[in-house]
Design a protein around this ligand. Sequence first.
Ligand code: 6PG
Length: 250
Amino acid sequence: MAPSVEIRVLTTPQELFGAAAEEVVRTVNEAVSERGRFTIALSGGSTPKSLYNLLATNARSTLPWEQMFFFWGDERHVPPTHPDSNYQMANEAMLSKVPVPPGNIYRMATENPDAAAAADAYEKVLRKFFQLGPDGVPRFDLILLGLGPDGHTASLFPGTAALQEKSRLVVANWVDKLKAYRLSLTLPVLNDARCVTFLVSGTDKAAVLKSVLEENVPGEQYPAKLVRPEDGKLIWLIDRGAASELSSKG
Ligand code: 6PG
């Protein structure tokens, strides 16, 4: 079943993060009222930081943090105290400022020097939390994603082995241009979510966004194109700068 795809262009980055916060709050309340809990995989990089700040301020007293469970879509192979850590960014911007029980936060244990072992360990965490059998795939309520200038998303980089993964939920993906491993949820997990929301801001993303949304380019080269939730929503929240090369600028 083709996902319902929504592309929303917001005028400014502030409006973009405001709309993203509203979308998160709406999805949280829907999930908690229907299923008693909300599960989210957070994105890393720099773009979502403003969203996390907004949720930690404007929604601090309204969100049901005890019923919210936090995971990550990907992580750099660094300890949680490292400045490049996606966990650390989200913790500083949001999780350390809100009344979420520490037991509701499931970070990738990337302090483990063995990246493959860290990926396997996180897969076990997911299988236990979502009570999955050997072939089960977790169905997140919301997965937040960003878009790299090369078309990567999460840590699914162009031409990397992780793009071929069909059964594992989490992989240690060697990224040659970074000369480093990244841990990433795989496409089967991203495409099993109830809702996937991309946040894309700034003119430096305009060319790649046009390729991903409007051009017939292979997913192998633009992995964000491979994110198509089978039975879920796909939402692109983008600002004017990022939309500046789209034929429909919104
Ligand atoms: C990461 C991210 C990655 C990110 C894009 C965009 O760990 O870096 O998860 O996929 O979303 O690289 O990054 P910016 O938001 O910093 O442009």
